[in-house]
Design a binder for this molecule. Sequence first.
Ligand SMILES: *Cc1c(COP(=O)(O)O)cnc(C)c1O
Length: 360
Amino acid sequence: MWEDIQVEVEKVDAGNLKTKPSSGDLGFGNYFTDHMFLMTWSKEDGWHDAKICPYQDFKMDPASMVFHYGQAIFEGLKAYRGKGDQLFLFRPADNLERMNESALRMCMPRFPVDKVLKSLKALLYLEKEWVPHADGATLYIRPTMIAAEPALGVRPAAKYHFFVILSPVGAYYAEGCSPTKIFVSDEYVRAVKGGVGKAKTGGNYAASLYMSEIAKKAGYTQVLWLDACEHKYIEEVGTSNIFFKIDDELITPPLEGTILGGITRDSVIKLAKSWGEKVVERKISIDEVIEASNAGRLQEAFGSGTAAVISPVGELFYHEKSYVINKGETGQLSARLFSELQSIQNGQQEDSFKWVVRVG
Ligand SMILES: *Cc1c(COP(=O)(O)O)cnc(C)c1O
């Protein structure tokens, strides 16, 4: 059990460390660091065998339940190199709490957030040279949990692996934040009420690929998902939450089980409110957005998520028609949110919300 165990540390020999890629060709999720965090849960022993160890392959039984019934959850957060060459995390406990919520929904074991966060910080400290120095580049952190019991019955597994891997990633916007073109899906849906839309579970992303490929072939970067019942209300854009500024009001769909409660979404709401912006969480239909666009009342639209922080929407494609937003340019509020959040994450801006955690 956690109370009794030590996190073992097994380091890679100095001579066997990987060569770090140059920051110019990082991209997203292509390279992995020298070490990882790993622990196992079983019905008998709870969480055990916690260790920081060399990044390595898993040896798994082909009957492992994750391969068959998809009990798999993950998180995504970043370590930032900022002010004074310090390393910072942004609301990391919120990510781990959310992972525990996903675990509950998927009948997987919960874990002690404080202890995992401590291990994550130790791993990051060991890998600190992997946090890129280039402007905007970060170290992406991927906590994951998978069902490891070899059995074919459809039921919750009795054994799980939890691991954290780290990947240096390039600046999302090489030339600052620039607007994307979005395809509105009126046929395929991402999640249903009562389903698993609010859990960060692998199957949600597998299910989204088909529509994403259609959008890409049509020349669009992301999919805007509508609700599963009426194909009318806006839910999310790709793997980001969505905001619309209409008549000086910032509107985002409410968290009612089908969309992921983004930490960036929550930060945007709090930040915008602190600036005196009017922010509302309410249902918003695609018709309302199109109507506002036609009437010139749709001022801005943007996605929010860890990967891009703020991703302005420059164009919507719906029912064979395209709607340009803010002349296809980044809106004022989008730009302000992007730069403010980025400087908080880098420790450069006063952190009045106490969101930032220093590593080391
Ligand atoms: C991860 C994710 C988000 C964004 O969450 P953040 O905590 O802001 O990174 C939004 N939607 C989906 C579907 C996601 O998987």
